[in-house]
Ligand binder design. Structure first.
Ligand code: ADP
Ligand code: SF4
Length: 587
């Protein structure tokens, strides 16, 4: 069985480990075999060909958890498509663009999704696993994919019949590098001449004359999607299009992306919001393997079967179990309201910020309760959280300041050099079993906050907030930057902390699957974004979901096999039945 060795170069810190500890402790190096050497970049480098079982001990020797050594599954007989470097991540096979269809790519963070689509978008030249090769041409790829759908795609690619338009994941980077007003940018890329329609659907009218570097994350996401679809292409690729968007906007862009696919056009999309993914895709490719080490792409599957197989952790056709447990949805009764004592009450409050006016009702939260907060962007959810957290003072209404509050803000950008283990001191002391271990945070202890990826920083921030000694915990958008599996994992941890410690938790989020799992009751915000926000509730889950779903005109049902929430097809029998009964949310 072939073994792969990967050194994560950004984690490797030879000075920090006391000088190449892995080389010193390597049993092979001690016998004179140069299995690990000092690489040209000064970091440790593993010679995979010289590695044997004996080298496995160095994985635990590295204090920064920079070394990974794993065996590849036996069924894997295909050649790699790309390797970033001698001892770096390897990608096997590629997702399959299909004309007339939207293909979703589903998999955990670090499994190679972005790598795969960068190759399809011709933004990364594949080397077939030999990092010294720069001469791989399309004929070699055609040969590699002989007899598959991909062969047809590669042949079209060779004839220059594939024109790609690509929305990358990091819209913040586009924003950093772009200059001028939104309208000027869109005018420049308006090849399809659909500018008017796109502006209307993506609700960009109000920001056309704004400088690109002044717009919010959600607005930048919609501008990036607009720019991608305005380009004339027959392969549209979207890497995480729903990030920073509220539920209404998510459904809108999902419909829009779905409508792009036709006989001459194919669409590929990476997405972590399960409801949005389900709603916009016809087919899915599952990516599995070992994060940061290797990634394998499954065959194409119909969206429903594929997503259920992903949750199951098992690919029947290939007889591969890629996760040792299922991801399960707990089907509880609709009435999830806790019959417990009130833990915290807030008064009716008002707050004016510039042109914006927030009106919050008096309300309360009980012991062990999780209240979900839903509503459009710019409607005052974060302002409400800040009032409760005491970060902002209300203009009217007086809060009980004797209650201790732990608050995770939405914006986590950190240039702090503080070590993760110091930030998590309280959580480590009191919550190793129920927070630190299930969030898999031990590997991050010796890293600085500024070295973490968005998803890692989010996990640390959620653990820090949940682990503090406080009566109330406020979490603003904890699902951002997390993959589907991490979102469901975090929702279970939040639920468990509430149930076992009695703490009351308020969670703002846009991922309905996440909120559906975690919340007992809901607060819904309505009004006009940037002008006026009004709080409704806390109300029962069913009532709050109904309010929201009615406004976006969708109904939800549960998948009979996995229990996951799914959107009913518009005007289907179920959709009409639920709408007639005024039950937009299953119960
Ligand atoms: P995903 O999109 O599924 O989160 P990515 O394709 O971004 O996964 O990354 C897969 C792996 O490849 C990660 O371990 C990442 O660190 C690594 N990787 C990505 N880009 C590079 C690069 N330029 N050099 C070396 N490793 C990289
Ligand atoms: Fe030190 Fe770990 Fe880097 Fe080896 S991999 S040099 S043990 S930091």
């Amino acid at each position: 069985m072939k073994r792969i060795a990967v050194v994560e170069k950004e984690r490797c810190n030879p000075e920090g480990c006391g000088g190449y500890l892995c080389i010193k402790k390597s049993p092979l190096n001690r016998m004179g075999v140069e299995a690990i050497v000092q690489g040209p970049d000064g970091k440790a480098q593993i010679n995979e060909d010289l590695a044997t079982d004996a080298l496995q001990v160095v994985v635990n020797v590295c204090p920064f958890h920079a070394i990974h050594m794993v065996k590849l599954p036996e069924h894997l007989t295909t050649r790699p498509i790309h390797r970033y470097g001698k001892d770096q991540f390897i990608l096997y096979s590629l997702p399959t663009p299909t004309f007339g269809k939207v293909v979703g790519i589903i998999g955990v963070n670090g499994i190679g999704k972005s790598t795969a689509i960068k190759i399809l978008a011709a933004a990364l030249k594949p080397n077939l696993g030999d990092s010294e090769r720069t001469d791989v041409d399309v004929d070699e790829l055609i040969k590699l994919f002989k007899g598959t759908e991909m062969q047809i795609f590669m042949e079209k690619f060779k004839k220059e019949e594939i024109i790609v338009s690509f929305k990358p994941q990091e819209v913040e980077l586009i924003q950093k590098n772009a200059k001028g007003k939104v309208k000027e940018l869109l005018d420049k890329v308006n090849e399809t001449k659909k500018l008017k329609e796109v502006i209307e659907v993506l609700e960009l009218t109000n920001i056309l004359d704004t400088d690109i570097n002044k717009i919010s994350g959600g607005e930048m996401q919609r501008v990036a999607i607009a720019a991608t679809v305005l380009k004339k292409a027959n392969l549209y690729i979207f890497d995480e299009p729903s990030s920073f968007l509220d539920i209404k906007q998510r459904l809108k862009i999902a419909r829009f992306i779905r409508d792009l696919a036709n006989e001459e056009t194919s669409v590929l999309v990476i997405e972590h919001d399960l409801i949005v993914m389900d709603y916009m895709t016809d087919l899915v490719n599952i990516m599995y393997g070992k994060e940061k080490v290797y990634g394998i792409v499954s065959q194409l599957k119909p969206a429903k079967t594929g997503m259920n197989a992903y949750l199951e952790g098992y690919l029947k056709d290939d007889n591969v179990r890629f996760r040792d447990h299922k991801i399960e949805f707990d089907i509880r009764s609709a009435d999830k309201e806790k019959k417990k004592d009130v833990r915290f009450e807030w008064p009716a409050m008002e707050k004016k910020l510039g042109n914006f006016h927030l009106k919050a009702n008096a309300g309360s939260i009980k012991n062990q309760e999780v209240i979900g907060i839903l509503g459009p962007n710019g409607i005052g959810k974060t302002t409400f959280m800040k009032l409760l957290a005491g970060v902002e003072e209300p203009d009217s209404g007086k809060l009980d300041t004797t209650v201790s509050i732990s608050y995770k803000p939405q914006n986590l950008a950190s240039d702090s050099e503080e070590l993760v283990m110091n930030v998590l001191k309280e959580a480590i002391q009191y919550h190793t079993n129920d927070i630190i271990d299930p969030l898999n945070l031990k590997d991050l202890f010796t890293r600085q906050l500024k070295q973490l990826s968005g998803g890692e920083l989010q996990r640390v921030a959620v653990a820090e907030a949940l682990g503090k000694k406080a009566d109330i915990i406020l979490l603003d958008e904890p699902s951002a930057y997390l993959d589907t599996e991490q979102r469901l994992n975090i929702s279970k941890i939040i639920r468990n902390v509430a149930d076992t410690t009695g703490k009351a938790i308020l969670v703002v989020d846009h991922d309905l699957v996440f909120l559906d799992y975690v919340a007992n009751r809901l607060i819904v915000f309505e009004g006009e974004p940037a002008i006026e926000g009004k709080q409704i509730g806390p109300v029962k889950m069913e009532e709050g979901m109904n309010l929201l779903l009615k406004e976006v005109e969708i109904t939800l049902r549960r998948d009979e096999q996995t229990g996951r929430p799914r959107i009913n097809k518009l005007d289907s029998v179920m959709d009409r039945k639920q709408k007639d009964a005024d039950k937009y949310y299953y119960s």
